[in-house]
Structure formats: C-alpha cells, structure tokens
Design a protein around this ligand. Sequence first.
Ligand code: PEP
Ligand code: MG
Length: 575
Amino acid sequence: MVEMLKGIAASDGVAVAKAYLLVQPDLSFSKVSVEDTTGEEKRLDEALAKSTKDLQFIRDKAAKTLGEAEAQVFDAHLMVLSDPELIGQIKKNIVDNKVNAESALKEVTDMYISMFEAMDDNAYMQERAADIRDVTKRILAHLLQVTLPNPSMINEEVVVIAHDLTPSDTAQLDRQFVKAFVTDIGGRTSHSAIMARSLEIPAIVGTKEITDKVKANDIIAVNGITGEVIVKPTEEEKATFIKAGEAFAAQKAEWEKLKLAKTITADGKHFELAANIGTPKDLTGVNNNGAEAVGLYRTEFLYMDSPDFPTEEDQYKAYKAVLEGMNGKPVVVRTMDIGGDKELPYLKLSHEMNPFLGYRALRISLSSLGDGMFRTQLRALLRASVHGNLRIMFPMVATLKEFRAAKALYNEEKQKLIEEGVAVSDSIQVGIMIEIPAAAVLADKFAKEVDFFSIGTNDLIQYTMAADRMNEQVSYLYQPYNPSILRLIKHVVDSAHAEGKWAGMCGEMAGDQIAVPLLVGMGLDEFSMSATSILKTRSLMKKLDTTKMQELSDRALNDCDTMEEVVALVQEYVG
Ligand code: PEP
Ligand code: MG
C-alpha cells in the first residue's frame, strides 16, 4: 500500500530509490543445549570468517575515504576476531557446557567486557571493552543470519532510512550511492541535517514513523524541498517526483550563473555571503558555490574525525590549508564546540540529562580538563594566522567573564609564541558567537570588548524558545521569524554597529529565504550558511531594495505579534 508521510525538509533535492534500513536488527537468542558441539564450533568458525571478511572490507574502505588513522580502529576489531585465547574459551564453553554458539560467545565476551570495564580509570581498557562489544554484535548477527547495517558498505543507489543519524553516521554516507536519507527524529538544525546540506544529499528528518512504515528494498520517493516521502509510490507519483527533481536541477543551473558575481542588492549595496565548513575538504563546495568568505569553520569535526586529540601540528596543517585555500578572503574559525550532539569518545565526558545545556564548548575549553586542549588549538591557530585572513571566535559564551578568560588565554599563547620567535599575524580579529540569550541581551556590553559577533541562531532559537533543536515534537516552536527572535537579533546588530564592529550570522537562519529580507533590513553585515544555500541567497538579494527591507524589518519588529504575521508581511514585500 502506498504511504505518504510528511517530515521536516532538511536538505533540498529529490530522489527515488530503494530503501536501505539503517536500523539495528534484533540480536536476541535463547540459550539451548546441543549434542552436536562440533557443528556449533563450525557455525562459530563460519561466523568468525564472515565477520573478518566484513571488517577487512570496511577497513579498506575507511582507509581510502577517511584515511589510515580512522581505519586503524578496525585493526583492533580484527585482532579481537583472531585472538586465540578468546576464541579458544568460546569453543571450550561450547564443548564443556554443550551450549549453542550464540550463548557461549555472549557469556565469554560479556566476561571480558566486564573485566575491562572494571578498570574504569584506564582509557585503553575501556576501548578494548568497546571493541569486543562491537565485534560480538557482528559475530552474533552472522550466527543469527541477520544483517548489521553499515553505511560505508553501501554500493548501490539507495535512500537511507534510520531512526536517527549521528553526525559520524552522516559523515560515512557516500553521495555517489546515498541518494537521500529520511529519519524518524531530528530537527532542521541538527548537525546531521546541516551535514546533509553540505554533502548535497536530499534529506527529510522528524517523520516520527518512517522506520515503522518501510521494509528493506521498498521503493521510496523523497522530496527534500517539501518534506514529502512516499513509500512504494505508483508510477504516476514516481514521475511527479522525478519531474520535481528536474525542476530543481534547472533552478540550480540558473543560480550557478551567479557563481562569480558579487552579492549586490537591487539598490547596489554589498552584503558578504560566506560559507560554513566542517573540514578543509569542504573548500571545494565553498569555491563551487562562490562564497566570499568562510564565516564558520566548525573545528570540532577535526577532533571527531580523529581517534585521539589532534596534535598542534595536525591542527596547524588543517587551518593553514583552509586559510591558503581561501586566498586572503576572511576565514572565521570557531574554537572547538564539543558536546550537545557532537560527542568525542576519547574525551570521557559523563552522561548528562541535558547535554545542550551542559558541559560543552567554551565551558570545556575554560575548565581544567580542556585547558591543554584549548591552548593547543589556540597555538595552532596563531601559527596558521600568517597564511591568510584569520578571525577566531569562541562558541557558547554566556558571560563577559568567560570571554575575558578565553581572550586572556589567547593573549598568553600569542605572547609565548612571539617570545619563541614564531611569526603571528597582527591583524587577527577575535569575536564571539551570540547563541545564548544572556549574551544577546548584553550585546551592548560585549560589543565594547570583542571585534565582531556571529549570531548562532541554531542555538539562540532553541534557548530563547526553550525548544530542543533536535526534537521534532517541539519543532513548531522552533521559530526563526518569531518577533522575539527578531528583536534579539536587531539588538545584537545595533550594538555591534554602535561600537563600530561588524555583526554576522552563521546559524542556518542566515540562508533562510524568508529571513534574509528581514536580516538585510536590519543591516546584518555577513551571512554565513551551508555552501549550497549561497547561490539561491545571492539570487534573492539581487532583487531586494535595502530601504524597502528596512521598512519591512521595522514593521516586523514593531507591528507583528506572531511568526505567522511576520511571514505574511515578508510575502507582501518580497512576493
Ligand atoms: C549555531 O548554534 O547557530 C551554530 C552555528 O553553531 P552549531 O550549529 O554548530 O551549534
Ligand atoms: Mg551553536
């Protein structure tokens, strides 16, 4: 039966392909007595051989796409599979106790896992426990003849269906084969959605029930522009989706003509259109989409893509590559923003009830746990500064005291480098993200001390509306056009200008086609967004007249009571 579902449109584009279920299979089993223990040993050997084959394939693929360092994680898994002591004990358990391979495997590996986990101050042992847990799952899946999903093994065109996707799952998706993804949960500004936009993979999140409705290999039609998904579409529906895809491709070709153009409004005013990136590899997208700057480099991905803390040298190389790649154009690098939905396995953080309100970002950098990590990052940035036009900003600043503490550490590391005879640029701007309402309200005070603001609306909206950006149940409250949000933004922009500073925005709102006319009217200086939103925003800005947009934003700020009224007003002005 045809099923039509509606979710949150998270990344533009259309696709029709068969479903690949990225859902954990049921690995439950019963313990049973067996007479034929040789047969059970044979089943175990077969499952071990198949698991080895899987892991070798995954390892080779990871080495090619992510690099040798990432691939080494799988070497540890392969070692578990060929560990004679472990395998010997499982077989002994089968023979001595006459039990099935599943239960013999689980009993022995559980024993090892608890033993390693008991050494809880030893990170190496914790990792071994995690390796054994992972490998056990794979062997069990082969014994039970169910398939473990693995995004990096996809080698045909599919639509990935998942309950949720973590940023690291998303990073493993290969654009060549993954034509779209659809999830049960998530919001438009979750990092997986943001990554989908930069990978140009059409995506719909927050459908609530896609995993209940879809079976492996069902044909799925996805429209990431409208948020519509059809499970088992009719021929007619397929044709409608394919047509929408063609129209989108034609629209994109039109926008592409603006790649080398400056961003100028109808009355000749220039606004800077910048791109958000997560790794130096994203520079290809930045250049292909004609960005005038990098307005946000999310450096936490450098940490997340590495099996251990990246060294000063590794970081220096990454920052240098981005600065050089931008050829003197501004590059705003944000110091690491770990926490929230961005986890770092080797930084052992305790589980929190509210990770988005917890120990994250600058709060880690300014604590004793993060001090060394933060100083290393600052040194790498300062050393790289001579290779381009560097701007540094701190994330999640709530108080002036935090900014002053971060700036003091920056000054200390700068001074040390100068004393060591290392060249450092003398024109680095140091600013902050405005993503906590407390900082937005106090922007007039912050503006006296910082070089610039970059408004992080992804977080600013969730904190102002008290609506989790990841939670589709409250996504109706995630309202960029609510007059309360617009008033905060206007206050931030005005406060920056009053002190002769500039104000940008690097939250997803900066590329939102309804918000852009309002932000132009408020005089925002820089708009930083997923690279793939730049050309359509440039095309929109060409049609806007700044005097008219000022009138629009004044009316939105003063006359509108609700988000709906603001949207209607923008439509009245822009059409
Ligand atoms: C933001 O909060 O708006 C932002 C740009 O940062 P992130 O999405 O990485 O939290
Ligand atoms: Mg943020």
